[in-house]
Design a protein around this ligand. Structure first.
Ligand code: NDP
Ligand code: GDR
Length: 337
């Protein structure tokens, strides 16, 4: 039974990757950081199947301990401060969490006396002000946010450790991928959640920034397969992972409102200048030909299915929460003291 260590196991991708590796028979270890409440919502169904290790991206010794204790054959480095908006407000912290943390993980792996395969979660944000369309492994990088700059450092460190120390280290340059487990601050989930609330009469406005930005949106469940495939190859390499189709934020809004039967969503959406970014990434569109050819990987979930599953999930979840609140208030008012 191979051992895998996942940093960022409580995040969107970590949860899908843990499910995949458990299905494949791995013993799965996950790094969790100390917080006042344990963020286990996405992995609550896996708590008995994963071994958790207390560690923090800022603490080198804890990462060395995690790598040694897990005796990992494969390490998936997914943990980071992953929100572009916050990176403009906290560029230095973003450098610590998103850039230097990758160097700390690589250093922890370098001194292990067994072969370890390492995956780094790189991103299409490194292309930023993209020099060509579509973007592939040869497209020059031009990051447009402190997050993109930090991820570029982590990407080059992964390449450098591979070339310097013969480490089996791969960088997956993944384009945006979404799911019902996406954090509420990202635009897709912000939209699906608000549309669900509007449908249920819980909210009447959705405030957004730039509706014209275009992204190549895939499904997170499809993308974690590519992470695993990269570490099963004979040689380590870097791969772009994308659907090859891009849509604007406006088109996402259209599709989400369409799902609840609203054609004209203009009365519900307000454009908020504060939600525009200081520097924007206007259009991302990935060319994953190399992954198709060498990994045999392809994205299978369509844009429409992603939007539908997210709105559907949010309506269901909010309906259940409402029912619980109603039951609770009935019990509180109807029960004798
Ligand atoms: P999430 O934001 O959902 O998850 C981030 C994870 O990092 C969480 O588990 C979080 O833990 C953990 N983390 C953050 N800071 C620390 C810390 N100091 N110590 C330990 N753990 C920490 O991200 P995603 O799952 O969406 O993305 C996974 C990775 O892939 C990220 O690196 C992201 O930048 C990158 N990426 C994502 C893409 C996407 O479209 N989703 C596309 C390309 C790259 P906690 O729960 O405690 O906050
Ligand atoms: P992104 O995702 O920056 O691509 O990074 P996000 O969903 O935050 O933004 C996508 C686009 O939508 C525009 N936008 C808004 N964004 C947010 N969050 N909130 C809004 O109200 C809003 N209105 C318009 C943004 O300007 C942007 O153009 C994600 C993250 O998962 C990264 O970690 C990952 O590396 C990249 O995808 C690939």
């Amino acid at each position: 039974m191979p051992n895998a260590l996942i940093t960022g196991i409580t995040g969107q991708d970590g949860s899908y990757l843990a499910e995949l590796l458990l299905q494949k028979g791995y013993r799965v270890y996950g790094i969790v950081r100390r917080a006042s409440t344990f963020n286990s919502e996405r992995i609550s169904h896996l708590l008995n199947d994963i071994e958790f290790i207390d560690a923090d991206l800022l603490d080198q010794a804890s990462l060395i301990h995690a790598v040694r204790h897990s005796r990992a054959d494969e390490i998936y480095n997914l943990a980071a401060m992953s929100f572009v908006g916050t990176s403009f407000l906290q560029p230095v912290a973003t450098g610590e969490y998103t850039a230097l943390s990758a160097a700390r993980m690589l250093e922890a792996v370098r001194f292990v006396d067994r072969p370890v395969r390492f995956y780094q979660a790189s991103t299409s944000e490194m292309f930023g002000k993209a020099q060509t369309i579509p973007q592939n492994e040869h497209t020059p990088f031009y990051p447009r946010s402190p997050y993109g700059v930090a991820k570029l450092y982590a990407h080059w460190m992964t390449v450098n450790f591979r070339e310097s120390y013969d480490l089996f280290a791969c960088s997956g340059i993944l384009f945006n991928h979404e799911s019902p487990r996406r954090g509420l601050e990202f635009v897709t989930r912000k939209i699906s959640h608000a549309v669900a609330r509007i449908h249920l009469g819980l909210q009447d406005k959705l405030k957004l920034g730039n509706l014209e930005a275009k992204r190549d949106w895939g499904f997170a469940g499809d993308y974690v397969q590519a992470m695993w495939l990269m570490l099963q190859q004979e040689e380590p390499d870097d791969y772009v992972i994308a659907t090859g189709v891009s849509h604007s934020v406006r088109e996402f809004v259209d599709a989400a409102f369409d799902y609840i039967g609203i054609d004209d969503w203009s009365p519900y959406v307000e454009i908020e200048p504060q939600l525009f970014r200081p520097a924007e990434v206007d259009q991302l569109l990935g060319d994953a030909s190399k992954a198709h050819e060498k990994l045999g990987w392809a994205s299978v979930t369509s844009f429409e299915d992603i939007v539908r599953s997210m709105v559907e999930h949010d309506i269901r979840q909010l309906t259940q929460a409402e029912a619980i609140i109603k039951n609770a208030s009935y019990l509180l008012t109807a029960q004798p003291c």
